[in-house]
Design a protein around this ligand. Structure first.
Ligand SMILES: [Zn+2]
Ligand SMILES: [Zn+2]
Length: 363
């Protein structure tokens, strides 16, 4: 028997559909507005240089302070709107870190870089890997912390049962993270295993909004995307306010952020790497919307292998390639990368993405 809907019921469904559609459109508009605001927040400072007094430039000082470029004022008072010597030095440091023309002015290129979403981890981290090889740009956290476990090393990871997002399936998220972990385990002798025991997992992953109790509050759509902590803390937090994407073909939002790119970056922090100055490295601190940057570069591989060593053998093409165990052997790093490409099959060339994470002692 064919059941026809009651006309009053179908009207109710139509009404609910229209309401849902309107609220969806409103949320898209709202997201767009927040995004535009983010891009324009520092736009009016274009051309500012030392000696200028511009209303609101204290916010830019707070931004540079947040990411490690500008120390707090002597007496811990609030920042002023004067473009002083300290700000000029901070702008110089920022331009150097991001490979921008060194102008010491707030030029359009510098301000555009600040508008790109990024990792919450500060950039100004001491402890470079090497002072003898100028081509090396990877950086450790202060004290060079790393995971210490019996070999062969296995680290477990788990997703928070309480802090998740509802518009993506847990299965899709788990697949993305499995892939992200494998990018690192392909080049260092560490096995990552998912476990359901969140309380005892080495690495604990969750989505959080605003202030979530670790002193590193998230800031809503874009801005800071995620943060994680240096070894052996194990926390990896993503901003639940972002529009996370596991597949851009299924996610039309202009402000969508590629989850795998952010996951690969944050796992790098969890393993002990800080931000790199190499623009296509996964450890570069910023990531544009709708961009993917998931392929480890030589810089990333050399950095992580200098902490954990390399795998004793790597498959390259159809042959088994023995690899030097030297932690800083560039050839080994390149072999590892080629091996990674082999694992991916006909993979695409690395795509630049800007990411921002904080390490915590920040992300
Ligand atoms: Zn957090
Ligand atoms: Zn980061």
């Amino acid at each position: 028997m064919l059941l026809l809907p009651d006309p009053s019921t179908s009207h109710a469904f139509l009404f609910l559909f229209i309401i849902s559609l309107l609220s969806f459109m409103a949320s898209v508009d709202n997201t767009r507005e927040i995004y535009d605001h983010g891009l324009q927040r520092f736009e009016r400072f274009v051309g500012a240089k030392r000696g200028c007094n511009i209303t609101g430039i204290s916010k830019l000082k707070e931004y540079l302070h947040r990411f490690g470029y500008l120390p707090q004022t002597n007496n811990n008072s609030v920042f002023t709107d004067l473009f002083n010597e300290e700000l000029e030095l901070a702008v110089l440091r920022y331009q150097e870190k991001f490979g921008l023309p060194i102008t010491a002015r707030l030029d359009a290129g510098t301000l555009n870089q600040m508008a790109i979403p990024r990792c919450g981890e500060p950039d100004d981290i001491a402890g470079r890997a090497s002072t003898t090889h100028l081509t090396e740009n990877y950086v450790y956290f202060t004290g060079r912390p790393k995971w210490v476990r019996q070999k062969p090393m296995t680290l477990t990871y788990a997703f928070s049962p309480w802090s998740f997002i509802d518009y993506l399936s847990p299965r899709d998220i788990r697949i993305v993270f499995r892939r992200a972990f494998s990018r690192w385990s392909n080049v260092v002798p560490i096995t990552f295993l998912e476990t359901g025991d969140y309380g005892f997992a080495d690495i604990r992953i969750g989505f959080y909004s605003g202030d979530h109790g670790d002193g590193q509050p998230f800031d809503g759509v874009l801005g800071i995307l995620a943060h994680s902590f240096s070894p052996e803390n194990g926390k990896l937090h993503l901003d639940a306010s972002e529009r996370w994407a596991v597949d851009f073909e299924r996610e039309p939002s202009e402000v969508a952020v590629d989850m795998e790119s952010v996951a690969v970056h944050e796992i790098g922090h969890l393993l002990g790497l800080a931000h790199s100055t190499v623009k296509d490295a996964v450890m570069y601190p910023s990531l544009k919307t709708r961009e993917r940057r998931v392929d480890l570069t030589v810089d990333d591989v050399k950095g992580v292998q200098s902490l954990y060593g390399s795998k004793s053998s790597l498959r390259f093409g159809s042959s088994l390639v023995s690899e030097s165990t030297s932690s800083t052997n560039e050839a080994a790093a390149i072999l590892a990368l080629k091996s990674e490409w082999w694992f991916r099959g006909l993979g695409s060339l690395p795509v630049v993405l800007l990411l921002g994470m904080t390490m915590v002692h920040v992300i």
